[in-house]
Write a protein that binds this ligand. Structure first.
Ligand code: GRF
Length: 222
């Protein structure tokens, strides 16, 4: 079975979704830059080895990343999943795991890379928001996209309500993307996402339309 190391910094709800999903891969370790991350407790509760490499103990980013890479390589994972990992990673680190490292981002990339995505989506007045799983490349939040899920921005939404709606989708698409990776149904070649079995996976997962809407009735022919 393929193996995965997850890198986390905080709450760990995406990690939990991955652990709960009975995927065709084994999470062999969870590593964090923050010893207080709730994600570490989730990993321990699931019996998964954890380690903390605190970036504050390193005066240079390169040294931190070198140590992090050593810790990852101890487990020789097939894949690395960033699951709310809040450190920007340098080019050498990213290249080392090219095609094997993925990230979940709470926006429909390439819109709203970086932080505070829900606030920025509300400020921009977009009507559709969502989340993206992508391969990690040196440009922050800009790697080739594996899967996205869209949600509506509803009247009266605030950052919290919109973020919660997006998070539900994150928990659907991250396990799905990892299952595709583990079974070779998506891969990265020359900076493009490919489908080695010649069968494109649905790259957009969106909630179904409300059955009562005229649009849904038209689509179903009723
Ligand atoms: C998620 O919104 C994820 O998209 C972003 O950081 C957040 C992490 O949440 N990269 P959690 O730690 O998985 O609960």
């Amino acid at each position: 079975m393929k193996t995965l190391v997850a890198l986390v910094s905080g709450r760990g709800s995406n990690l939990q979704a991955i652990l709960d999903a009975s995927l065709p891969l084994r999470v062999s370790a969870v590593l964090s830059n923050d010893s207080q991350a709730q994600a570490l407790a989730r990993a321990r509760a699931a019996g998964i080895p954890t380690a903390v490499i605190d970036h504050r103990n390193f005066s240079e980013r390169m040294a931190f990343e070198h140590r992090l890479a050593e810790a990852i390589d101890c487990f020789a994972p097939d894949f690395i999943a960033l699951a709310g990992f809040m450190r920007v990673l340098g080019d050498a680190f990213v290249q080392r795991y090219a095609g094997r490292m993925v990230n979940i981002h709470p926006s429909l990339l390439p819109a709203f890379p970086g932080l505070h995505t829900h606030r920025r989506a509300l400020e921009a007045g977009v009507r559709i928001h969502g989340c993206t799983v992508h391969f990690v490349t040196p440009a922050l939040d800009m790697g080739p996209i594996i899967v996205q899920s869209a949600v509506p921005v509803l009247p009266g939404d605030d950052e919290a309500s919109l973020g919660a709606r997006v998070l539900v989708e994150e928990h659907r698409i991250y396990p799905q993307a990892l299952a595709w990776l583990a079974t070779g149904r998506v891969a990265l070649h020359a900076d493009r996402v490919t489908y080695p079995h010649d069968r494109a996976e649905p790259a957009l997962i969106a909630p179904a339309l409300d059955a009562a809407t005229p649009m849904a009735r038209a689509q179903s022919g009723r």
